[in-house]
Every structure is written in C-alpha cells, then in structure tokens.
Design a protein around this ligand. Structure first.
Ligand code: NAG
Ligand code: NAG
Length: 180
C-alpha cells in the first residue's frame, strides 16, 4: 500500500470509530417514555439534545395503546397516518439514526399525534452545527480538558468516558504513530 492509500484507509477507519465513540442512546421522553399521558412536550425534549449519526433512539411504550410511525414532514405537520414510511409496534423500538436530516415520528393511533405525541429528531448537518448556539464554544474558557462537555446528561458522560477509555487512547496512539 502506498502512503496515501494507508492514510486514507486510516482516516476512514478513524471517522468510523469516532462516530461509534460518540454514539449515544436516547429514550424519547426520558423516564416517561412514548405516551399521551402527562402532556409530555416532545418538542422540548428533542430541542435539548444534539443528535448525531449513529445515535440510537428508543421508543418505549405500551404496545396495546401506542405505536411509532416514521413519516414525511408533510405527514408530520398534518398528522396524516395514511402512508407511513415505516411502522414500529414492539413497544420497545430502537432506531439507529443513519442520516443527517430531520427524522419525523408520531404515534399512528387516531388522535394521538394531534394531542402532541410526535417528535422531530433533527440531526444537524455540520455547517448548521457550526452556527448552532453552542453555549460551550462561544465563551472563551481555560484549557481544562472537560470544559467542552456542556451538561451532566448521561450521553455526554458516556462519550467522555469512551474518549478516556483504552480504546480511545489506542485510536489516538495509532494516529500519532502514523502521522507524527
Ligand atoms: C395523506 O397522505 C396521503 C399520501 O401522501 C394523501 O394521498 C392524502 O391525500 C393525505 N390526506 C390528507 C387528509 O392530507
Ligand atoms: C428496551 O430495550 C433496551 C435495549 O434496546 C433495554 O435496555 C430495555 O431494558 C428494554 N426495555 C423494556 C421495557 O423492555
């Protein structure tokens, strides 16, 4: 292999590993889950998350009363359940986010979308991410390694742990050996 080919292969592998390291698991509605009781504000729930490709979204619900439909933006806006792109009915559905864009879901049981059982999982493109008001990067802060972690949510804690793990160090070491 030429040096260039090796470098390309390595960078591809690294990108993939970094995505794995950063993959987070989000349960929609947190402890409340996917429901019509309690007036859960799923818009508010998703707006506090920074979703990335590779993240796993879990819908947990009583399958006797609810389901999950992935739909287009137009269907989402109008709560049109007639032609979903996909339907999930296990009561514990894990969906891995594969692409950077909006992913629209609602409950297909009549009336549930209308009263708010709908969620927009928005995976920002990198240019949008740069513009997003990231509280952490806007404020100049001392060079503490953990300064970039914005909050005490479990997913952030997970990512940080992964980076500090032997696996994360091995990736970094490989990179340094090949390019230093
Ligand atoms: C719902 O969506 C289907 C498929 O896109 C469409 O044919 C139908 O007209 C829509 N119904 C309403 C009420 O908008
Ligand atoms: C749902 O599945 C996840 C793994 O995907 C598991 O950790 C969790 O315990 C399951 N919950 C229920 C209620 O079965």
């Amino acid at each position: 292999m030429t040096l260039v080919k090796r470098a390309v292969a390595l960078l591809t592998a690294m990108t993939f590993m970094l995505e794995l390291i950063h993959a987070a698991v989000y349960k929609v509605g947190d402890s409340a889950g996917w429901t019509t009781s309690g007036n859960i504000d799923y818009k508010q729930w998703s707006s506090t998350k920074t979703f990335q490709v590779g993240d796993v979204i879990i819908f947990e619900y009583n399958a006797q009363f609810h389901n999950v439909m992935r739909v287009t933006h137009a269907m989402y806006r109008t709560c049109n359940t007639s032609a979903p792109l996909a339907t999930y009915t296990t009561g514990n559905d894990s969906i891995t986010i594969q692409t950077r864009r909006h992913h629209f879901f609602f409950c297909g049981v009549p009336g549930h979308c209308q009263i708010g059982q709908k969620v927009d999982i928005n995976v920002l493109r990198s240019d949008e991410m740069a513009q997003a008001p990231a509280a952490s990067s806007a404020v100049p802060s001392p060079p503490v390694p953990s300064a970039k972690v914005p909050g005490p949510t479990s997913s952030n804690a997970l990512s940080l742990k992964a980076l500090k793990s032997p696996f994360g160090s091995a990736v970094l070491a490989t990179f340094l050996i090949n390019f230093a």
